[in-house]
Ligand binder design. Structure first.
Ligand code: G6P
Length: 367
């Protein structure tokens, strides 16, 4: 591919800004907006017949899979086991031929993910792969591929591939829910309509750039950052922390907000910013309690929420980033954007090599 940065400073910035468009392409491949249905696909396994889905992936793709688990289990009542591929391939988990196996990979060449795929092949499972590079080894060796239509991703830290993976997994979860009889046609239409709003909402979220850039100037001076979230915002907390450490080299950790008391609270002081990801959803009030615990110890909170969440939060924050109101199923995709931008602008401000961070590779093809 011949790809250039155009008017952007880095590929990562360009790829962040491409997201509304590529998410829209990915969704359109899986969803029939006119009919309000998730398309019947040439799937490697029958979602109605499998007892369980085993997912393995690495890095950011793994975190996409973690969010997928919430969707498949909640919407389709399909149990999901998810592992990082380097554990999956060695831990000899019980697998059955009634399980589906799903591998998620931008490059389609990650060594551990490929080895996990081959392991499942030996165990007789049907294999699906969510891949961005359609002519990759993982795509070739699977029984069926679910392409992400993100286009070539050059920045080592994954952005648009991640949100397209989420778009594909959400669409597949809706499909699985319909096939397994857990949603009726009306609910399917509603979910498809909600997902169809994602590109527009992503576009609005990108307008937060000036606020986030300003905040990044402060973040560039700290040594550690904690990210907290519940439900699908928990894997997002992991992803926000991963993104920050990858490109700014600031130590960052993601935690399930409910685990705060079980360790990370010991680290909270005025030098430890805490990024809280909390859409105004069924679990919002629980996260507010965690923010109170942080605030009581002098921790500085950066709250990423929506207008309702901002209105209902009773805790003083260092900054509140208000993303557009998003339906539950679209929220993880939308909330990924401010996290990417926060990492990006912090790294730019620190002067690191954003597209080629030290010690990291775009595709880890050796163990
Ligand atoms: C590397 C990249 C990450 C990526 C991971 C998995 O660590 O730096 O951005 O998420 O590999 O890569 P894959 O191509 O399998 O998605």
């Amino acid at each position: 591919y011949m790809v250039d940065k155009g008017n952007y400073r880095h590929f990562m910035e360009k790829e962040i800004y491409e997201q509304p468009e590529v998410i829209s392409h990915s969704l359109a491949h899986y969803l029939d907006f006119a009919n309000g249905t998730a398309r019947k696909l040439d799937a490697p396994f029958d979602f109605a017949k499998i007892d369980r889905l085993a997912i393995a992936a690495c890095g950011t793709a793994y975190l996409a899979g973690m969010i997928g688990k919430y969707w498949f289990e909640r919407l389709a009542r399909l149990p999901v086991d998810i592992d990082v591929a380097s554990e999956f391939r060695y831990r000899e988990m019980p697998l059955s031929s009634n399980d589906g196996a799903l591998f998620i990979s931008q490059s389609g060449e990650t060594a551990d993910t490929l080895a996990s795929l081959r392991y499942c092949r030996q165990q007789g499972l049907k294999i699906g792969a969510v891949v961005n590079v359609r002519e990759s080894t993982i795509a070739r060796e699977s029984d069926g591929t679910f392409p992400t239509l993100a286009g070539p991703e050059i920045g080592v830290a994954s952005t648009k591939a991640f949100t397209c993976q989420l778009a594909v997994l959400a669409s597949l979860a809706v499909r699985a829910a319909a096939e397994r009889g857990h949603i009726d046609a009306e609910r399917e239409r509603e979910l498809v309509r909600e997902l169809s709003e994602t590109p527009k909402l992503a576009n609005h979220a990108l307008k937060l750039a000036p606020q986030i850039e300003k905040l990044a100037r402060e973040l560039a001076h700290v040594k550690h950052v904690l990210y907290l979230g519940r439900d699908t915002s928990y894997p997002l907390a992991l992803e926000g922390a991963l993104k920050l450490k990858e490109i700014s080299y600031i130590h960052a950790e993601g935690y399930a907000a409910g685990e705060l008391k079980h360790g990370p609270i010991a680290l909270i002081d005025e030098n430890m910013p805490v990024v809280v990801i909390a859409p105004y959803d069924h679990i919002f009030e629980k996260t507010v309690s965690n923010m109170q615990e942080v605030a009581a110890r002098g921790g500085k909170i950066i709250l990423i929420t929506d207008a309702k969440g901002a209105a209902h939060s009773t805790v003083a924050t260092l900054d509140t980033i208000i993303v557009p109101d998003a339906p539950d199923i679209a929220a993880p995709i939308i909330y990924a954007l401010p996290l990417q931008m926060l990492a990006y602008y912090t790294a730019v401000f620190m002067g690191t090599d954003v597209d080629q961070p030290r010690n990291l590779a775009k595709s880890v093809t050796v163990e």
